[in-house]
Design a protein around this ligand. Structure first.
Ligand SMILES: Cc1ncc(COP(=O)(O)O)c(C=O)c1O
Length: 449
């Protein structure tokens, strides 16, 4: 069966109620038929559920769907993406081990490594994710795993999974890939040579900004080493969240198609804007990882990053001038979300660490949603226009209006001569609109130039 069909049709066995849609097993524990049944389940001699920290049918349905969609042998669901990362590290690493980690990973993954793994005697090396040539010199006899994201968050760099999995195989290192930005619909790291795939299901897998969740997909042997940690430490996915996530997977393909279509349009539009220095989107021909992205991804994904001229201040202003887009730290939602990593998600990194991870002060991250793309573009345009105008208003508060034009300064010649005289060189002309300044309030009015 094709991806879309498996995402819809794989579900737990129909109960005696003959339900069509999958049921929710909202129960913390299960009953045993008799003392022998109980003994056999605890001794792992029979299959069945004991307690939802260990297994639950709603959770298992989500796990089996994820294993199938990622083309892996098995999956363990977790309460969040970070729980999936931590459960993987805690189960597979021991004191004295060493891990290699791309410099461009989610902020909390660094914190987990530096604040916890280090104190338990596990050492780490950060890798320059933009150049693999130095990596071999960082391998040690005790190196156990290499951890990366592709596309990276928030810089959207692309890492060549085939090449890196060859490197890992030669050095007997497990390759762990956080596939959160691409989802299994766009990229299947296991089929490209990775050993373990990690997900924050909180993102596109839910896709509607409702529940937290995570997943680890790998071969049976690796999953059997992680399962006892899950069972005993308990970062398990709740049955309710698993049920929501299973339903969400049914629409993953159609949602991702539209996310990608909107994001490509947004990225191409941003490339034409004078306010933008650089746009990062894996399926733009200008992206340095374009060929690799096309060889390992079905489409470019829903995330777009761009570098504003004007750094931190420009980034903050743009965010304050948006109207529809949500200002939130999440991503992968139906709603478009705008984030300024330097002043939020990555503000705790030093400026040097941010630069090494490809996060400049003017970088804006967009999680392009499923609204009509014209409305997303209009909101971005509005944020750009206001951003350019506000300083001008301060300078000309004695005047009655500020003229805006999409086309820039030179186009002021097409303005009525009375306005030309009034505004002179001090104004930024960007659009064919007039904003009269009345006692400090802005009233947008269209003007026929
Ligand atoms: C790439 C990536 N991995 C992992 C996580 C952690 O996921 P969660 O928030 O579900 O714990 C995030 C969260 O934003 C993320 O962006």
């Amino acid at each position: 069966m094709k991806f879309e069909t498996r995402a819809i049709r794989l579900q737990s066995k129909r109960t005696l109620q003959n339900e069509h849609s999958t049921p929710l097993y909202l129960t913390s524990s299960f009953v045993f038929d008799d003392s022998e049944h109980m003994r056999a389940l605890f001794a792992s001699e029979a299959e069945g559920n004991i307690y939802s920290r260990f297994t639950n049918p709603s959770v298992r349905e989500f796990e089996l769907k994820m294993a199938s969609l990622e083309e892996g042998e098995d999956c363990i669901a977790t309460s969040s993406g970070m729980a999936a990362i931590f459960a993987t590290f805690a189960s597979l690493l021991a004191q004295g081990d060493h891990i290699m980690m791309s410099r461009a990973v989610f902020g909390s993954t660094f914190r987990l490594t530096e604040d916890y793994l280090a104190k338990w005697g596990i050492t780490y090396s950060y890798l320059d994710h933009r150049s693999t040539s130095e990596w071999q010199s960082q391998v040690k006899p005790e190196t156990k795993l290499l951890y990366l994201e592709t596309p990276t968050n928030p810089g959207l760099d692309i890492m060549d999974l085939r090449q890196i999995s060859d490197f890992c195989r030669k050095n007997s290192i497990l390759l762990v890939v956080d596939n959160c930005f691409a989802t299994p619909y766009l990229q299947k790291p296991l089929s490209l040579g990775a050993d373990i795939v990690i997900h924050s299901a909180t993102k596109y897998l839910d896709g509607q900004g409702r529940v937290m969740g995570g997943a680890i997909i790998a071969g049976h042997e690796i999953i059997s080493r992680i399962f006892p940690f899950m069972k005993n430490a308990g970062p398990s996915l709740s049955p309710f969240n698993a049920w929501v996530l299973s339903k969400s997977l049914e629409t993953l393909a159609v949602r991702m198609d539209r996310h990608c279509e909107n994001a490509l349009k947004v990225a191409s539009w941003l490339e034409s804007r004078p306010e933008v220095k650089e746009v990062r989107y894996p399926f733009l021909a200008s992206h340095d990882g374009y060929d690799t992205a096309r060889s390992q991804m079905k489409a470019g994904g829903g995330m777009v990053s761009f570098e504003l001229r004007g750094g931190m201040e420009a980034g903050k202003k743009m965010i304050d001038n948006r109207s529809m887009m949500s200002l939130s730290a999440n991503l992968g939602d139906t709603r478009t979300i705008i984030t300024h990593p330097a002043s939020s998600t990555h503000s705790k990194l030093s400026a040097g660490d941010r630069a090494a991870a490809g996060i400049s002060d003017g970088l804006i991250r967009l999680s392009v949603g499923l609204e009509h793309v014209d409305d997303i573009l209009a909101d971005l345009e509005g944020a750009f226009l206001n951003h350019t105008v506000r300083p001008a208003i301060a300078q000309v508060s004695c005047l009655e209006a500020v003229v805006l034009g999409k086309t820039a300064f030179s186009e002021k010649n097409c303005l009525p001569s009375s306005l030309k005289r009034a505004f002179s060189e001090r104004l930024t002309l960007i659009h064919e609109e007039i904003l009269p300044v009345l006692n400090g309030t802005l009233l947008p009015v269209r003007v026929d130039t």
